[in-house]
Structures are given as C-alpha cells and as structure tokens.
Design a protein around this ligand. Sequence first.
Ligand SMILES: Nc1ncnc2c1ncn2[C@@H]1O[C@H](COP(=O)(O)OP(=O)(O)OP(=O)(O)O)[C@@H](O)[C@H]1O
Length: 317
Amino acid sequence: MADVLVPDVLVVDSLVRRFGDLTAVDDVSFRIAPGETYGLLGPNGAGKTTTISMIAGLIAADEGTVTVAGEAMTPRTTAPKRHLGLVPQDLAIYPDLTGRENLTLFGRLQGLTGSELKSRVGEVLELIGLADRAKDRSKEYSGGMKRRLNIGIGLLNRPTLLILDEPTVGVDPQSRNAILESVEALAVEGMAVLYTTHYMEEAERLCDRIGIIDTGQLQAEGTRDELIRLTGGVDTIRIGGSGDLSGAAQELRQLPGVERVDIERRSATLTVKDAPALVAQVVGTAASYGVTLSDVEIARPDLESVFLHLTGKALRD
Ligand SMILES: Nc1ncnc2c1ncn2[C@@H]1O[C@H](COP(=O)(O)OP(=O)(O)OP(=O)(O)O)[C@@H](O)[C@H]1O
C-alpha cells in the first residue's frame, strides 16, 4: 500500500533577510511535519529570532517564502496566522491579572467566547501545569511560571504550529524542567513545534530533528544521531589505574563493540560503539586482570561537538 503523504505544516524555502550590510538570515530552508518538534539550535545572534519573525509574518523576507499549513505567509496576509501560536522571548502578560484572567483576556482577543472560552482556558491551564495557581496574580508567579503562562497564551487558538523562541532563558532549573515537560506534552498531543534555543541539552531532549544555525546559515540538519554521525565522532571509555593493563587490553580488544584500545603508562583508552552499554564489562575485565582502577571516564560526542565541527567555534559564548 502506498504511504499517505501528509503535507508539512511549515515549509521555509530559501529565506533571506538583511539589515543594512548584515545578512541576518542567509538562504535558510527547512520543513516541519505534523507532530514533529524541530529545534533551531544556534548561539546568540545566529539569526533564530529573525527567522521565526519571518515565519510568523511579523517582518518581511527579502527573498524566499514561508508556507504555513499550505498557505503563503507574509506580513500582509492574515489567514495563515490562525494556524500559528507564537511565544515570544519577552513576556507578554498582565502582572495584576491572575493566570486565568490573563488567558481569558487573550482568548477573547483571539475571538473565543462563552463556554468555549471557559473550557479552552481550563484545558490550557492544565497543559501548562498552572491549574492550581490559576487564581493567583501573575506578578506573584516565579519566572518559570510566568513563562509557562506566556506559552499558554500561544496555545489558546489550538495552533497547528507552535513557535517557541528560547522559552527557558533566565529561568531556574526546576522551572526549566517544567517548561520542557509542557512542550513534551504538546508534542504528544500531535502539535508541530518550532523551538529555538542555544542550549544543546534542550534540543537533544525535545527535538525530533535539529537545524544548526550560525551566522544566518543553516549549517546542517537531522536527528541528533544523524548530526553526530556527521562529526565522525565515536564514544570512548578511558580507564586509569595500576596493574596488568596490557593483559586486560588484549582481552578488551576482543570484546564485541570495542574498535580499538590504546594504552598509555597508567591508562587505557577504548574506542567503542556504545560506551554506556560496555562500561561494566570493561571494568569487570580490568578487575579480572588485577587492575586497581583509580578512574573511569566515558566521553560521547554531543551537539556541542557537532557545532564545533561545523563552525570551528563553541556553541556557548
Ligand atoms: N532590527 C534589526 N536591525 C538590525 N540588526 C538586527 C535586527 N534584528 C536582528 N539584527 C541582527 O541580526 C542578527 C541575528 O539576530 P537574531 O536576533 O535573529 O539572532 P538570534 O539567533 O535570535 O539571537 P538571540 O538569541 O540573541 O536573539 C544579529 O546580528 C542581530 O544583531
């Protein structure tokens, strides 16, 4: 049976945006399928906000096109905007209103009324995990709760595509986790999500596919594993200690999944396929040769190494 072709929710084709002499977005193309979470990962100033501002029809592209749910998006068109929920980096909530009042107000502005409005506000409060604080004024919320309320506003119109611009910048780790859980819950509901971040852990955890952006250009895209393969990167296990390391190394070379073993004076470095899966066996083998281990280190390539490989610089500033 032939596969049913589901059209992409978002098609970004050859987008360019210049500010004077600076090309902030330089020929960027990517697509997002329904239910997919796509991460735009890049450092500050890479062009993420400018890209999503064009996708949301807030600013015009100099070149290229954006298609949302099959409709062309420009600052002059309003129809495709009904498919979008945009959660900007800056908070857009009223501090003196409660969480529920904020959502109700924005829901009305988006054309919801009566029982539909009430039930949607209730659903969104659950989705963002603020149902039990709905009656508190938002100025009493923590930074992370305010951010989640900001996300809730973007969800009111049941968007086909939710765009989140660095939603965890400046929030504490616990709130960050709550935000990430909310985004995971949305993906489970089948929403397409475009998530910009400069935190590789977030992109690794949330995103089905990741586009790496730097100096306005999409350097590479793919799943986490596809991107890591680009670096040709491998896992390593390094064991350090005293005893018969050379004897242990001979046996370690025979273990399935071990590609090579390099011995130095008091340490051995194993190049392996899957370090976490092998480490217990490696330690056991070393012990059976009377090696007294003083340290065991696992290193796996991550998106940070991919970024370094592609751009020659670190992702973090
Ligand atoms: N309105 C503007 N006028 C002039 N330059 C701009 C404007 N908006 C963005 N830029 C420049 O375009 C480049 C890309 O900025 P953009 O905000 O898109 O990056 P970003 O990846 O979202 O970074 P950040 O995380 O810091 O927001 C930067 O060099 C920025 O200074």
